[in-house]
Design a protein around this ligand. Sequence first.
Ligand code: ATP
Ligand code: MG
Length: 322
Amino acid sequence: MPLAPDSLGPTVTVGEILVEIVATTVGEGFRTAQPLMGPYPSGAPAIFIDQCGRMGGRAAMVGAVGDDDFGRVNLDRLKADGVDVSAVAVDADWPTGSAFVRYRADGSRDFVYNIATSAAARFGWTAPVEALMARAGHLHVMGSALSMAPAVEVIERAVEVVKGRGGSLSLDPNIRKELELDAATEARFAGLVDRADLLLPSGEELERAAGVSGEAEAVARLFARGVGEIALKRGADGASVFLPDGTRRDAAAPMVEEVDPTGAGDCFGGAYVTARRLGMGLEEALGYGCAAGARNVTVRGPMEGAGSRAELDAFLAEVCRR
Ligand code: ATP
Ligand code: MG
């Protein structure tokens, strides 16, 4: 089944909203005073939905921030980019979530997180959430949200409501291959894979979601389970999209200088889902997904490089000219 059209209602996602504070030098962790930049609005679901809004699709978010400037940084950005935040709670007692990030020379990262013990994890199925889901056209789930109890509660109810009114479901597994999930989370994840109209894995997440090795085998297994469409992200090697009827399209990644890789996958997803919901074909949607991912890595900050449709067109024209 193709994704439900934008006219059915907004794309909605659920999960953590954070600020990110980024070390501007490469090195090991945070045990010495050092130059930092931020706060930048962040959180994988927030990056995804911001890119949906920028791309010109209807978009809305469920989550929570604190009643502080870190929360306002996020709400202001989401609103400015066209995201409906009526179902984002503002928690009077808990601070907005945060993540400090520093890149090491080998590209790996050190983090100091405050997510589970922040407002980011303090939301649930409230009246505004119920009202939003009753008019939603599409639900996008980040696999990483399945380890947050409040997100699980909202997602499980939302899947029924949104699918029940003819809406569609996409899933970005966003779970690294090494990560061991507890049995209940693993079962929930598998249940979402089975119901996904679109799966957006990155690299080895494809095989992890399928439970078999080999790209072709994994794709076949996922379609046998009922997945409707697979968009596979390959980092600097671009992306591919597969349909159950054997259709396949590949796109090379635009050649760019990578300044900050965080958020590429989320921007790819936001642009791709929105493009499909606005009625674009596989090639055009893949082009926008790749452009959104590539553009975002050229700018420091997790969602600073999310592009409007016009900006993505200009970016592609510029990259092709080089
Ligand atoms: P994340 O690190 O945000 O979790 P991801 O692993 O889900 O990302 P990636 O495959 O890293 O997803 O990136 C998504 C898309 O963005 C890629 O398929 C590609 O089109 C584009 N992209 C990512 N990195 C680069 C790069 N260095 N150069 C050009 N395009 C890139
Ligand atoms: Mg990812």
